[in-house]
Design a protein around this ligand. Sequence first.
Ligand code: ATP
Ligand code: MN
Length: 477
Amino acid sequence: MRIKKILSPEWGQEKIAISGWVRTKRGSKNVSFIALNDGSTINNIQIVAEGSVFSEELLKQITTGSCISVEGNLVPSKGSGQDKEVLAAKIVVLGIADVDEYPLQPKKHSLDFLREKAHLRFRTNTFSATFRLRHTLTFAVHKFFNDRGFFNIHTPIITSVDAEGAGEMFKVTNLDLENLPKNPAGKVEFSKDFFGTKTHLTVSGQLEAELGALALGKVYTFGPTFRAENSNTSRHLSEFWMIEPEVAFSDLEKNMDLAEEFLKYCIKYCMEKNADDLKFLNKRFSDEENSIKKENRLEMGLIERLEFVLENDFVRLTYTEAIDILRNSNHNKKKKFNYLIDGFGAELQSEHERYLVEKKFKKPVIITDYPKDIKAFYMRVNEDNKTVRAMDILFPTIGEIVGGSQREERLDKLEARIEEMGVCKNELWWYLETRKFGTCEHAGFGLGFERLMMFVTGMKNIRDVIPFPRTPQNAEF
Ligand code: ATP
Ligand code: MN
């Protein structure tokens, strides 16, 4: 039996048996009150253990962090704080937890401290709520696409394509690094490597997903992606999960509609399924806000912000319009941006994205039609031959959460872009063939799963929404 079910209003059985981890124990010689949690819910169940039933020796072993199983009767609680409690008839200590050594004492620990205890942090309220939500969000992703006739495809994690340009890649090799095979010119002989060629960990499943879409119609990937960038920020991981739908017979407008519907669906699903966890995280978020200076506080609480996103249409504007707004903003004139905007062609930094979302529109924003020089080769070129059919979705506090585009389906234009961007054409022969054989309009996007997790949970560091974060100089656990 699990505590979530036992605490639900529908539960009707008196005799119960549960196992879980002790959060706290208090009481006297005559009676102990144990708060037990089994991970099924943020809520603990109170166990009442009477001194007349249990030996002092056994009760002494029940400390914060220990694991016990309990049999007893579910009875209306005499105390305040809970409706029901368990009058214990039998307790077995499955695993003790040394009081002096167990690091998670019943007090508030910092997130930094808990990151160093990633093997145990699942047992805190904050992280159990977060990781239950991570499951729900994963499920929402699959449900959304499944209900709409998409097929999930598994794209390779090891890839020989080096052309995507999405970021620095990790090399995959089984060559002896102390004794590398070299050719006469002194270069490493990758033909002697495991796959007979240079290989990397993928930065995206998009190119392969396109192949799927151009046969199955609507597909999506949901897998790990890797970036070897040395970006030690609160929004970047070296290993993160990406969702990439790819749709045939779709253009940029339909792509934006899909992304907006998808984001709203996932948020709503979490609010419905994990209301208790969100209530807890909402309070945590407000407490944290109240501990900082008033002028730095956000305007909305966590749940308020989620509701706000559900209720409002995302603002859609072109890159050129966005640049005009930014260039003429007081922020730019007063030189408050680290990177000042002088005109068309500038990369939007996260400070600019956040200005548009949080100051100017106060809503999620979709920016389209970026200059082709700052976007990837596969994005469809516009009539002006200057911009491409790209779209980025920007969220409050997060910045970029989705990057997508209508893809270049015209072989000649695609080849020209590949040439122009200096991308290695030979390794993409299979990608180009889809444009040769039965090509059609299609579009897709990439959503960083952990960025969405940050938005839903209100956690401010991306390292706290994935169980075991991988970042520069850190691969423990
Ligand atoms: P950013 O400018 O924030 O580094 P990007 O332009 O490199 O992002 P894309 O290559 O378009 O991002 O990747 C698609 C999506 O994947 C992004 O919109 C973002 O949500 C997510 N993402 C990208 N890089 C990372 C990372 N290092 N860690 C976590 N999520 C990421
Ligand atoms: Mn990046």
